[in-house]
Unconditional design. Structure first.
Length: 370
């Protein structure tokens, strides 16, 4: 098969839809008290064991869901580059990624900040709001992906030979995967000594970047060596099981050391080290299993999911408005945190994908892949 051949993979469409819904769930949970930062949090939040449970779920999500997005994007990228060539590829990336990114930073993010202030009854100077609230918000992913893909263009421009898809390469060995886990954990621990997890610069949390970079590079190698074509559920079960063992072990470790004063976000301490090593185990286990499972049970073409996948990018861009708006509504209706979170998650998914589908009926939006 030519490295530039364009092939449709139904299971990747379904996985992208699942991950987009997971992003909405993640931000909904934060809005109701799970750990993390978000535009607006409900005044009625989880507490006690409910808050701890949902924060654990957020930690599990954080370990893999955005890294898996990077892996999938990287896996799809080389063939697109080979089909289009450097200049057309760069132009396509700047339009598809760069334009929505700028619109969000300059227009949508300030608008959302102003809407939240208005809802809270705070006087809003809209001129000042649009002049001083330029942040990528969840579009940090698009910003980072754009940088990664432009760096790939530089790499390919320096390498004159066209990469070939290997027909003989096997899946990575246990030793190779284990080495990836150890290296990612050690690098994350080292980076978090100066840039703790949760600390951001222009929306970029560099404490989490080792796995983003590692999974992006792994996606390129996976395309070249045909990993996804060879991947089966039985290959993933061991790593998936290890991930669940790691979850139980980390919870127990955290419980035993909860009074130590150590911070798992960073620093020269055992909690930070355990957290840094825990994340790549989960990332490999969950990512490997989801890729294999969706390929095994979701690889039949489906017009509905193909349409949802096409709408998922616009849904990602717009979802903060629907999560925040549904949170306002849940608050007005006096919903508790569990009922409210369930309502907001479902409402934001349905309205987000619905609005995205309508917007993508605009010819220019559809043509540029927004």
């Amino acid at each position: 098969m030519s490295p530039a051949a364009k092939t449709y993979y139904p299971y990747l469409d379904k996985l992208r839809v699942f991950l987009t819904c997971l992003v909405i769930f993640h931000h909904t949970a934060i809005a109701f008290g799970a750990s993390g930062g978000w535009y607006y949090k409900s005044p009625d939040l989880w507490s006690g064991w409910s808050e701890r449970l949902m924060s654990l779920v957020m930690g599990i999500d954080q370990s893999y869901f955005m890294a898996l997005f990077f892996f999938i994007s990287a896996w799809l990228m080389p063939a697109s580059y080979e089909r289009k060539g450097a200049m057309a590829f760069v132009r396509d990336r700047l339009v598809r990624l760069g334009v929505p990114l700028l619109v969000f930073i300059l227009v949508l993010n300030p608008a959302l900040v102003g809407i939240i202030r208005f809802y809270k009854g705070v006087p809003v100077d809209w001129v000042q709001v649009f002049l001083h609230n330029h942040c990528p918000g969840p579009m940090w992913f698009v910003l980072t992906l754009l940088v990664f893909e432009l760096l790939y263009v530089v790499y390919r421009s320096c390498r004159k030979t066209v990469p070939k898809i290997s027909a003989a390469t096997k899946l990575p060995s246990v030793r190779t995967v284990a080495a990836f886990i150890v290296v990612m954990g050690l690098v994350a621990f080292a980076i978090r000594l100066v840039c703790p997890a949760g600390k951001s610069w222009f929306g970029l949390q560099f404490g989490y970047f080792p796995l983003y970079v590692g999974m992006f590079c792994a996606g390129i190698v996976a395309w070249r060596d045909g990993w996804l074509e060879r991947m089966q559920v039985r290959n993933a079960l061991g790593w998936f099981g290890l991930a669940w063992v790691a979850i139980v072990a980390f919870v127990a470790f955290y419980f035993v050391n909860r009074s130590s004063g150590d911070s798992d976000s960073g620093g020269w301490n055992r909690m930070a080290f355990a957290y840094a090593m825990w994340e790549p185990i989960l990332c490999v286990g969950f990512s490997y299993f989801l890729l294999a499972a969706f390929k095994r049970w979701g690889n039949e073409a489906d017009r509905f999911f193909r349409a949802l996948a096409a709408d998922s990018y616009m849904t990602y861009v717009l979802h903060p408005f629907f999560v925040v708006g549904a949170t306002f509504l849940a608050q007005c209706r006096g919903m508790g945190p569990w009922v409210g979170a369930a309502f907001v998650c479902v409402a934001a998914i349905v309205t987000g994908f619905g609005a995205a589908h309508l917007i993508r009926r605009i010819p220019a939006v559809r043509r540029w892949g927004w």
